[in-house]
Design a binder for this molecule. Structure first.
Ligand SMILES: [Fe+2]
Ligand SMILES: [Fe+2]
Length: 496
């Protein structure tokens, strides 16, 4: 019968739920990371652009205001204006730096108006504005440096005052904004987005896990359990418990398959019963045939009535007492009736001769052992093979003085040793046409005397220890008991 071993072996493997959730987590984490990086880069770019524009707007406002001061002839008020601008929120530093042409013409001005660092110098040289960002600093800032270009066009003609060429850079406005607010805001937004993404991720995972659990894993495990149950108890799987069409269909197919298996099993059981009955019939027929052959031989030899039956029962009893296996007990019991089957090949003139045999007649008579073996040796049936060995060896003696091969001790098959003792005990203890029955004491004395000579000493010991049982069989199936070939007192079944 099938067991759950296969389930025990796979118990360490991950479930569908685990594998799916693991893969989903990996996928979503990568997706979330990519989206967050793209968003962060984009957001940073937009923020930076906005800050740059703000810085640029502040610088241009300053430049325009200074131009207005110049036009209004109130340049002496510009310091006040500059200080006011500087005091505005988010402006760290604000200054105007003169070009060398302006310094030559109007002097160095205030201390901070002639200090040009690398960026300022570059703007003075190129006339193009520049930005410098320090967004990862502890005090993040954005610096904008815009040129003041000399122009004769427009409402203010710069060249009217400045002795420079058209398009020359008169100076720069250098403004630095505090962008910590922007940066912190950006970080807060990014942190919020990350948290929202993680929350969304968790919700997706929980929902996926619940869906797979409800619609795949649990129904699948239920299906497996019920399929096993159906296999063991032949009960159908209940279709109503499955929520989806696919599992219901699979359960239905299992039920159909199971019904087929049950039908086949029943058919096989019936066939098996028929085969067992047929085999029993064949076995029984074989045993009865063997027994009947023994009776036929017994009748032809004009042997004592019931000799075959008694030898069979004595052999069975000795085999049991010897501790042989059930199969061996059965074999020696079933095969013993054929021990003298070879006598069918002995002429009546010898077999039925009332007087003593001549030497030649005795030699011919002894040959019934070889004839019996020849009759049976070709069979592949266990019983007939055992019968062949018994027919050949049942006149062998423990000390090697027997015939036809003069075998000794355990060279003689145990079946043959058993039948030899059973056969001789019956021959001595019952009346024959050529002799009276010996008294039991005389029989016991003779058999005891033949212990280790004619007979296996161990078998003689067992025989003597259980003498009452042998005598009981002998009395029950004495010469006057009805012929027992196929009547209700037939052969004792194996192990009976
Ligand atoms: Fe014999
Ligand atoms: Fe016999």
């Amino acid at each position: 019968m099938r067991t759950n071993t296969w389930r025990i072996n796979i118990v360490k493997k991950p479930s569908i739920n685990t594998v799916t959730v693991k893969n989903l987590v990996n996928f979503l984490l990568i997706l979330a990371a990519i989206l967050l990086i793209i968003t962060a880069l984009n957001f940073r770019s937009l923020s930076k652009h906005a800050i740059e524009n703000q810085a640029l707007a502040h610088a241009e406002l300053v430049r325009a205001s200074l131009t207005a001061h110049m036009k209004g002839g109130i340049m002496d008020k510009r310091d006040y204006y500059m200080e006011e601008i500087k005091s505005l929120h988010q402006i760290n530093r604000l200054r105007v730096i003169r070009s060398q042409e302006v310094i030559k013409q109007f002097g160095k001005g205030r201390d901070d108006e002639n200090i040009a660092d690398a960026l300022v110098t570059k703007v003075l040289e190129t006339g193009k504005h520049l930005f410098e960002s320090k967004e990862w600093s502890y005090t993040p800032s954005m610096r904008a440096i815009i040129p003041y270009i000399a122009s004769s066009k427009g409402r203010l003609n710069c060249l009217g005052c400045h002795k420079v060429a058209e398009g020359a850079v008169l100076g720069v406005v250098d403004i630095e904004l505090d962008i910590s607010g922007y940066r912190n805001h950006s970080l807060y937004v990014l942190a919020g987005m990350t948290l929202l993404s993680l929350l969304f991720l968790v919700l997706i995972i929980l929902n996926t896990r619940r869906t797979i659990n409800n619609y795949v894993q649990t129904p699948l495990e239920t299906l497996i359990d019920h399929a096993m149950e159906a296999y063991r108890k032949h009960t159908p799987v209940c279709l109503e418990q499955f929520k989806t069409r696919e599992f219901t269909n699979v359960a239905h197919e299992i039920n159909l398959f199971n019904a087929d298996v049950i039908a086949h099993q029943e058919m096989l059981k019936e066939k098996n019963r028929e085969l067992i009955a047929l085999n029993d019939e064949i076995e029984s027929t074989l045993r009865e045939t063997i027994y009947t052959m023994g009776i036929i031989e017994e009748q032809r030899s004009k042997d004592t009535n019931n000799h075959t039956r008694r030898v069979m029962l004595f052999s069975q009893l000795l085999a049991q007492k010897s501790g042989l296996s059930e199969n061996d007990i059965d074999l020696v019991t079933a095969a013993s009736p054929l021990h003298d089957i070879g006598k069918l090949g002995i002429p009546d003139s010898i077999l039925l001769k009332p007087g003593r045999f001549t030497d030649e007649e005795y030699r011919l008579m002894q040959n019934h052992t070889n004839i019996g073996f020849s009759m049976l040796k070709h069979s592949e049936r266990e019983i007939l093979k055992a019968a062949g060995v018994i027919a050949l060896q049942h006149h062998e003696a423990w000390d090697g003085s027997g015939y036809p091969q003069g075998l000794k001790g355990e060279e003689i098959h145990i079946f043959s040793r058993i039948v030899a003792l059973a056969d001789v005990f019956d021959a001595l203890h019952t009346k024959r046409i050529y002799k009276e029955a010996w008294e039991l004491d005389k029989v016991v004395a003779w058999i005891s005397e033949q212990r280790g000579k004619h007979f296996d000493p161990a078998l003689v010991d067992l025989f003597l220890q259980n003498l009452e049982e042998f005598v009981a069989i002998s009395n029950r199936y004495n010469n006057d008991a009805p012929d027992s070939a196929l009547n209700g007192n037939g052969p004792v079944p194996a192990g009976d």
